[in-house]
Design a protein around this ligand. Structure first.
Ligand code: FRU
Length: 490
């Protein structure tokens, strides 16, 4: 076997940082790096019975830098284990980074398709990007192929942004979409096709911004779900508008119908996929059970990331199953396997009613919380849950009953500036809140995935518990319960 010194060096760097990490914010059941920086999920795939997730990784520093592909795998989507770093940059087509991409099982050969990042002048941030592949037959050791770059240049009418290939097979033909931008800075997704994953033919533009959706579309994904075609993108440069687009960048989707013969995509409006602070660059896979599963990067560019002081940075969301619900909107719910994390269960309220609050005292920071409220004939103004830390720390989830708006307020738990996110949530007399709480994250699934809100939080280690509250009136609580969750990394 050829020893790859770049990979070996990266492994050594990681081993070194893990010796001095501060554990206070380390997540207990989320995918995180072993140490130092990670961002986007990459190469989601099920291969030889295991789920594989790769991620953008800088093994030498807690800040973003020359991108490698870190790697975890799992038999059940719940318990993850580290595999050796899969890709290191430094070849002539990926000199300064192995950027985001995807993975496919090509008749037993696990193939990673990724972007090679090459600076022309790093200070001026001029660069070119290429598409490349690396293959493996054991799902652990990858070899970049001799044909790289498999796509050396974007089309003529394109700007230099040309990255994040997503590959899939349809009718015995491989397809690839790539995130791209026109010369005049309009975000778009372009399409290629191939017989062998090596030679690619440019087909054309699959979708493009109408002028309101940003200058660059990162991390595209395209798939069929319940007979519809979903295009997932992470656009840069959309202006914020009311409750929408309040993060620096956002991940969102279109639902439409696609015609492969004509490369014609007729689609609805662009909708944000998550409404919290930290959800970006989401990627999907379809698993052997036929489920479409999505994982996002649970952070946002340029936000405060206090874990950098602790020797690590970046996390991925829990795996979520996508479905299409009412009005052609995409619902996200935790994959059913997540219940495997449940340990002790406590029912706090059942068929009760509250007009002020009920505190469930609980010091653990790894919790799944479920609350169901009956809002028929309810006169109260709002209802919700508060995660109580110590010394006034709290995260507040409020449902404003008349306005039909759901808000997540993290301003007293690590997001002092711009700590509140709000989204519309229509109710038909019922509100359910399901929350996954970890040491430095909160993921909220409202009304069975109609809306989700995901944010990083940075509390002190002590916690008082979770409070269920009602404001200015009485609310019927069908149930309010929680489970302590297992720490998979211990
Ligand atoms: C998205 C992104 C991708 C790129 C990667 C680099 O967060 O900017 O477009 O491939 O991160 O790490």
């Amino acid at each position: 076997m050829i020893i790859d010194h770049k990979l070996q060096k990266a492994e050594e760097a990681i081993k070194k940082t893990t010796q001095s990490m501060n554990p206070r914010y380390r997540l207990g059941y989320h995918i995180i790096g072993e140490g130092n920086w990670i961002n986007d999920p990459n190469g989601l795939v099920q291969y030889k019975g295991e789920y594989h997730v790769f991620y953008q990784h800088h093994p030498y520093d807690e800040n973003w830098g020359p991108m490698h592909w870190g790697h975890v795998k799992s038999k059940d989507l719940v318990n993850w284990e580290y595999a050796p770093i899969a890709l290191a940059p430094g070849d002539e087509y990926d000199r300064d980074g192995c950027f985001s991409g995807s993975a496919v099982n090509n008749e037993g050969e696990l193939t990673l398709i990724y972007t090679g990042h090459n600076y022309i002048n790093q200070e001026e941030d001029t660069f070119y990007q290429t598409q490349n592949i690396a293959v493996s037959t054991d799902g652990v050791v990858f070899e970049k192929v001799g044909q790289n770059p498999v796509i050396a240049h974007p089309p003529e009418d394109s700007a230099h942004h040309f990255r994040d290939p997503k590959v899939w097979k349809h009718n015995n033909q491989w397809y690839m979409i790539v995130g791209n931008s026109t010369k005049d800075q309009t975000g778009r997704v372009i399409l290629y096709r191939s017989q062998d994953l090596r030679k690619w033919e440019y087909v054309g533009v699959l979708a493009q911004s109408d002028g309101t959706l940003g200058y660059m579309w990162e991390c595209p994904d395209f798939f069929e779900l319940q007979g519809k075609h979903i295009l997932l993108i992470s656009p840069q440069g959309i202006e914020s508008k009311g409750d929408d687009y309040n993060n620096l960048f956002q991940t969102g989707y279109f639902v439409g119908e696609y015609n492969y013969e004509k490369n014609e995509y007729v689609k609805g409006e662009f909708l944000e996929l998550d409404h919290g602070h930290d959800f970006y660059a989401a990627q999907t896979l379809v698993d052997e059970k036929g489920r479409r599963i999505v994982i996002g990067w649970m952070d946002m560019w340029e936000s405060e990331m206090p874990t950098k002081q602790d020797g690590w940075c970046g996390a991925l969301t829990i795996p979520r199953e996508l479905t299409i619900g009412e009005n052609d909107t995409v619902f996200m719910n935790p994959v059913e396997e997540m219940i495997e994390l449940r340990q002790t269960k406590r029912v706090e309220l059942e068929n009760a009613s509250i007009s002020d609050y009920h505190l469930a005292k609980e010091n653990s920071s790894l919790l799944e919380i479920k609350a169901e409220f009956d809002l028929t004939d309810c006169k109260a103004e709002s209802v919700g849950l508060t995660v109580k830390g110590v010394e006034e720390e709290e995260v507040v989830i409020t449902y404003h009953i008349r306005d039909e708006k759901l808000s997540l307020d993290c301003s007293k738990m690590g997001k002092k500036e711009d700590g509140v996110r709000t989204t519309e949530l229509v109710n038909d007399g019922k509100l359910t809140l399901r929350i996954f709480l970890d040491r430095s994250s909160i993921e909220l699934f409202a009304n069975d995935g109609v809306k989700t809100m995901t944010s990083r939080i940075y509390p002190k280690e002590e916690r008082l518990g979770v409070m269920c509250f009602a404001n200015k009136g009485e609310v019927k609580v069908k149930e309010f319960m929680y489970w302590k969750l297992k720490d998979i990394w211990k």
